[in-house]
Write a protein that binds this ligand. Structure first.
Ligand SMILES: [Zn+2]
Ligand SMILES: [Zn+2]
Length: 324
């Protein structure tokens, strides 16, 4: 929990075992988690729920980790003009909604998608229709779970790069019959930055959130993906960095954590090396930011090649996260 009572946690890798992951989330003081319920780069879903699921849920509940979000696979593209991909996307999203309910998750976070050259208007109506279909197809099982659309970094034909586009999608979804409580939104700070919003300053964040409020409504914001970025502002790129170690920097990220209108959101960190020990470092840094403490400098190992797994392990957490 953040000092202001808001929920914070990592994107939690489950590959090393679900119970182990739940224990790790507890050990690092998470009060929220985001997970993949299956391979995020595959259309195929496992036929049955994992055996470890009941124990996983119990461990999370015992640690008061009650904000659980599922991140849908990256393949889902509801905006596509390709009928086959669209149909598979709808089916996969419906499946994620049903499985999310079994995990006790309230949200399935999904990328807004790409219109692949068909134009924003066409893409938006495809998304709206796809959302309606997926929610309907999820049926009663998925009833308690809302789709949360994540803003895009503005690459290529990607939609949802601006509050205006997110608002257009929201209105089209309402027309397509998606119940309001089944659709929420996620703002990823690194994506905002990539899309050209200067969220590196308090004023920039306030301005962006005002715009979002006017176009969508801050009451619809469910998640903030709190990430720094290695890319230049407006580059349309999406390369996450440790909090305060990238180009967005501390002022803007801290503002997201304390902005008075965001008291109801959960903050999820998707920084590099979270499975290698950087999870505890970044959660501590978020707490420091929320309390207005200066961040300790990151060691050079924080920026080593990300492809070389296991080579970027942080030094002992206490040395980094002392908040001195
Ligand atoms: Zn995402
Ligand atoms: Zn994200």
């Amino acid at each position: 929990m953040l000092p202001n009572g808001r929920r914070l946690g990592p994107h939690l890798p489950l590959a090393a075992g679900m119970v182990r992951a739940a224990d790790r989330a507890g050990a690092i003081g998470a009060s929220a988690v985001q997970i993949f319920v299956d391979n995020p780069t595959s259309w195929r879903r496992r036929p049955a729920l994992p055996d470890e699921l009941p124990a996983f849920r119990n461990r999370l509940a015992a640690r008061d980790i009650t904000s659980i979000s599922v991140h849908a696979p990256y393949l889902v593209n509801l905006a596509t003009p390709d009928d086959d991909v669209w149909e598979r996307s709808v089916e996969l999203l419906a499946s994620e909604l049903r499985v999310a309910a079994a995990y006790g998750a309230a949200f399935v976070n999904v990328h807004t998608g790409s219109h692949r050259g068909a134009g924003a208007e066409a893409g938006i109506s495809r998304i709206a229709e796809g959302l309606g279909r997926a929610v309907e197809r999820a049926g009663e099982t998925g009833d308690g779970v809302a789709v949360v659309l994540e803003n895009g970094p503005g690459a290529g034909f990607g939609l949802g790069r601006s509050p205006g586009e997110l608002g257009a999608i929201d209105r089209a979804a309402a027309v397509a019959g998606v119940p309001r409580h089944r659709l929420g939104f996620c703002l990823d700070t690194a994506h905002l930055w990539g899309a050209g919003y200067d969220v590196g300053t308090v004023e920039g964040v306030d301005e962006l959130l005002e715009l979002f409020d006017a176009q969508v409504g801050l009451d619809r914001l469910r998640l903030v993906h709190l990430n720094d970025s290695r890319s230049a502002m407006g580059a349309g790129a999406d390369r996450h960095e440790h909090l305060g170690g990238g180009r967005i920097g501390t002022d803007g990220l801290a503002r997201f954590l304390v902005h008075p209108a965001l008291h109801g959101v959960a903050y999820i960190i998707e920084a590099p090396g979270m499975e290698e020990g950087w999870d505890v470092v970044n959660l501590a840094r978020a707490r420091d930011l929320a309390e207005g403490r200066p961040l300790a400098p990151l060691p050079p190992s924080a920026f080593q090649t990300r492809s070389a797994r296991g080579r970027s392990a942080p030094p002992e957490p206490d040395a980094v996260a002392s908040g001195s």
